[in-house]
Write a protein that binds this ligand. Structure first.
Ligand SMILES: *[C@@H]1O[C@H](CO)[C@@H](O)[C@H](O)[C@H]1NC(C)=O
Ligand SMILES: *[C@@H]1O[C@H](CO)[C@@H](O)[C@H](O)[C@H]1NC(C)=O
Ligand SMILES: *[C@@H]1O[C@H](CO)[C@@H](O)[C@H](O)[C@H]1NC(C)=O
Ligand SMILES: *[C@@H]1O[C@H](CO)[C@@H](O)[C@H](O)[C@H]1NC(C)=O
Ligand SMILES: *[C@@H]1O[C@H](CO)[C@@H](O)[C@H](O)[C@H]1NC(C)=O
Ligand SMILES: *[C@@H]1O[C@H](CO)[C@@H](O)[C@H](O)[C@H]1NC(C)=O
Ligand SMILES: *[C@@H]1O[C@H](CO)[C@@H](O)[C@H](O)[C@H]1NC(C)=O
Ligand SMILES: *[C@@H]1O[C@H](CO)[C@@H](O)[C@H](O)[C@H]1NC(C)=O
Ligand SMILES: *[C@@H]1O[C@H](CO)[C@@H](O)[C@H](O)[C@H]1NC(C)=O
Length: 271
């Protein structure tokens, strides 16, 4: 299974699936949010000249989907609602300006919401989510976990509550000429579409070397013949989290006999 997870909502069974509180009850935009579709909608206004919608999470991070003047809704992806968020909609018409907030606490009674919620994705397609019962929730409380799938890449969003530890880079090869060696590798397979800019690599050759993700993942270094036998291994991390994958298989180059100059390395197992 190839899971594409973009947002997670954890709600209590004993409570309505989600609970919305309007900050301004006499709101004329009538802003509302559907946690299942992650769709924030409001009443369309005539002669709209400007629309904006965004949310602010507990840590003050802002997520702002693009919205056109004709739209009266916006869809959030890649967000973690668990800690509670505040949605905000700004609409200007030729007549007046609206600004409305919608609090989304995602909780039942005080202290009943699940705590310490996090999800890990291992080996691309296995996800392990854990949380603990809220301190005042009954012992037999049941929580709902919604998992939303989407093909959207995540360049515009935040990491949310999903943490991912990458698989190690694949296909590590080394090619040497008389003066240099070139290491190349493949970007790890991930559960969502990521750009090379999302990756940071660390190479262990003679020492640890950091390399940013690139269209062609490669690292060229001077190494003159004769060269002794070496091994290079590589690990990967998300540039924003730097939680390193395990080391790749080692690719060997050079030789004890100092005769091996330009053949492609063969790979061997490590640890
Ligand atoms: C969001 O709601 C609007 C208005 O009801 C609708 O047009 C749009 O298709 C919805 N989008 C999603 C992803 O459900
Ligand atoms: C929208 O604009 C039209 C043309 O300017 C105007 O006649 C109409 O009254 C406006 N409607 C509202 C609700 O402001
Ligand atoms: C929307 O209206 C507010 C209040 O009148 C004004 O401050 C703001 O500049 C307007 N924004 C745009 C993009 O017209
Ligand atoms: C939840 O996480 C906080 C902060 O990491 C920790 O202090 C607390 O003990 C955790 N609670 C439980 C029940 O694990
Ligand atoms: C999921 O993670 C928890 C906490 O780290 C661990 O106790 C549990 O065994 C894991 N479950 C699986 C199926 O790996
Ligand atoms: C590794 O490289 C070989 C040769 O270039 C290629 O045939 C193979 O498909 C690659 N494997 C992966 C996982 O990219
Ligand atoms: C070896 O490779 C390096 C880097 O790619 C290159 O600059 C150099 O000219 C090459 N040397 C020979 C003898 O081909
Ligand atoms: C490589 O990156 C790691 C993680 O950011 C950092 O701890 C380390 O100092 C860096 N090493 C070098 C040589 O820049
Ligand atoms: C890094 O991943 C491990 C599990 O592989 C996890 O226990 C740890 O909390 C993660 N650290 C961060 C900062 O995400």
């Amino acid at each position: 299974m190839f899971l594409l997870v973009t947002s997670l909502v954890l709600c209590e069974l004993l409570q309505p699936a989600f609970l919305l509180i309007l900050e301004k009850p006499a709101s004329s935009l009538n802003v509302r949010f559907d946690a299942r579709t992650m769709n924030l909608t409001w009443d369309c206004q005539e002669n709209t000249t400007f629309s904006r919608c965004f949310l602010t999470d507990k840590k003050g991070r802002i997520v702002e989907p693009r919205v056109t003047n004709k739209q009266c809704s916006c869809t959030f992806r890649e967000i973690c609602l668990h800690g509670g968020v505040t949605f905000e909609v700004h609409v200007n018409t030729s007549q007046r300006a609206f600004q409305e907030k919608l609090l989304y606490p995602n909780s039942g009674r005080e202290g009943t919401a699940a705590q310490n919620f996090s999800c890990f994705i291992y080996n691309v397609d296995f996800m392990n989510c854990t949380w603990v019962r809220g301190p005042t929730a009954p012992r037999d409380v049941q929580y709902f976990l919604y998992i939303q799938n989407s093909n959207v890449d995540r360049t515009s969003g935040v990491q949310g509550c999903i943490l991912q530890r990458f698989n190690p880079p694949g296909n590590v090869t080394v090619r040497c000429n008389t003066t240099h060696c070139l290491v190349r590798w493949k970007q790890p397979r991930t559960y969502q579409k990521l750009s090379y800019l999302d990756f940071q690599y660390q190479l262990d050759v003679h020492r640890k070397i950091n390399v940013s993700g690139d269209l062609e993942n490669r690292y060229n270094f001077p190494s003159s013949e004769p060269r002794a036998k070496h091994a290079v291994k590589i690990r990967a991390a998300d540039v924003r989290i730097l939680n390193w994958s395990s080391w790749s298989e080692a690719a060997e180059f050079g030789s004890l006999g100092y005769r091996d100059c330009s053949r492609q390395s063969h790979r061997s197992k490590t640890n």
